[in-house]
Design a protein around this ligand. Structure first.
Ligand SMILES: Cc1ncc(COP(=O)(O)O)c(C=O)c1O
Length: 427
């Protein structure tokens, strides 16, 4: 691995990217040499996409996995699999990524915001309050490496008869009470975009256990129809005569991901170890607590979220630690207050706050089938628990390539900044 070019304490951004090596190079070379870059047929197809899907089926213990072009595409496909459309709402937490909301709107449905709790995931009590006759799906987003009250969310969903989509984009390789994240919901989606635990720059995946749902996913991710064994489009089955998103994965991307997938468990072990070390090191800072873990061993370890006593402490301590070198570079996003975390916070999504439509007719917001949602709100103030947590929490990314020494020095810098701010710091 090349050493990063700068000398800050947190020099590594984009976790998986540092582990792009000979294995990925070999896969890409082989795909090029075979002149077979399309996943469904070619001169001498290497079947990288098939092999990546096989690896994820085994990893997740699921019946079906489908590699796609991105996590955003995977979310749209998930909506299509579950027949989400006008007249429906999809419940999602206020700590998310813009793609979570856009997939719902693109489906012609309405996003319904659910508050978060101190796990930084959906608050089951608020979910229960908000579930209603229009609720078509629950999007449980495992943010910043870990899930929250997953058992309770699954139980509420089961009782209401509403399917759960797990968004595992930020928690790839994580687990919950002994089972991999992505093995719980009716549908699960993943992203392999550059910031993720493993990456090919772009890429995504959809997983499920139901054959009919899978066949819909295959048709939706392609041109609207499934394919025959020889890779030709098969328009003969009325159940899967759909409209496609054009979101196939290519063999170059799949080859890189196949090689990266083999490294995922080692990367996750490393991130978990470093995360624990940093959280343990900060345990003596009075009135500081990490995000609540519903499974302390389960997250993929990619982020520490710190909840400070108040907004001033949060802002000034993060600022001081950045000044002292805990940063990726001039503009790095590895050590920041959550307030700076852009489109991960519901109220920063202007298209959502302003109910922007997909076209000049304001669809789907102005569709009569969606009149039920006329008073749904999206501006800051809609989710009081989320607002309060965002205002005094910070986020520290844990690159697997960090040394233990550097992790200890980051702890020292944080402890020092907390002490200077006036917090009691014990051993
Ligand atoms: C929670 C979450 N969902 C979905 C996505 C979308 O993934 P992609 O960037 O591959 O479209 C991302 C990542 O960027 C994400 O963080």
């Amino acid at each position: 691995m090349d050493e990063p070019a700068n000398d800050t304490l947190l020099p590594y951004e984009w976790p998986g990217s540092y582990y792009l090596g000979q294995e990925e190079l070999d896969a890409v070379t082989k795909a090029l040499e075979s002149r077979s870059l399309f996943r469904f047929y070619g001169h001498d197809l290497q079947h990288y996409a098939d092999r990546l899907e096989e690896a994820y089926r085994a990893r997740l213990g699921r019946e079906y996995a489908l590699a796609v072009s991105s996590g955003t595409a995977a979310l749209s496909i998930a909506m299509g699999m579950l027949d989400v459309g006008p007249g429906d709402e999809v419940l999602l937490p206020g700590y998310f990524w813009v793609s979570c909301a856009s997939a719902v709107v693109r489906a012609g449905a309405i996003p319904r915001l659910v508050d978060i709790d101190d796990t930084f995931s959906m608050d089951p009590a608020d979910l229960e309050r908000k579930l209603g006759g229009h609720s078509k799906a629950i999007l449980m987003v495992h943010m910043s490496g870990a899930t929250g009250e997953l058992d309770r969310v699954l139980e509420i969903a089961r009782r209401a008869g509403v399917p759960v989509i797990e968004d595992v984009a930020q928690a790839n390789g994580g687990s919950y009470r002994g089972r991999p994240l992505g093995s719980f919901g009716e549908v699960a989606i993943f992203s392999f975009q550059f910031n993720k635990a493993i990456t090919a720059g772009e890429g995504g995946l959809v997983a499920c256990d139901d054959r009919a749902l899978y066949r819909r996913a295959v048709a939706l991710h392609d041109l609207g129809y499934p394919r025959t064994d020889s890779g030709r489009l098969d328009a003969g089955d009325p159940e899967t005569q759909l409209w496609g998103f054009g979101s196939r994965i290519g063999e170059l991307t799949a080859g890189v991901l196949m090689a990266q997938e083999r490294k995922l468990d080692a990367l996750v072990s490393r991130m978990r170890l470093l995360k624990r070390r940093i959280e343990d090191g900060l345990a003596g800072v009075a009135d500081l607590r990490p995000r609540r873990a519903t499974d302390p061993d389960g997250g993929n370890g990619s982020f520490v979220i710190l909840i400070w006593p108040d907004q001033l402490a949060c802002r000034s301590i993060v600022h001081a630690t950045r000044e002292a070198g805990v940063r990726t570079g001039e503009h790095g996003l590895n050590n920041l207050t959550l307030e700076e975390w852009g489109l991960h916070l519901y109220y920063n999504n202007e298209s959502l706050v302003n109910r922007r439509g997909l076209n000049s007719r304001g669809y789907p917001w102005r569709d009569p089938a969606n009149a039920f949602a006329a008073d749904y709100a999206y501006a800051r103030g809609t989710l009081p628990q989320a607002d309060e947590l965002f205002s005094r929490s910070s986020l520290l990314a844990i690159p697997p390539s960090l040394s233990e020494d550097a992790a200890d020095r980051i702890v020292d810098v944080y402890r020092d900044a907390a002490r200077r701010h006036g917090l009691a710091v014990g051993s």
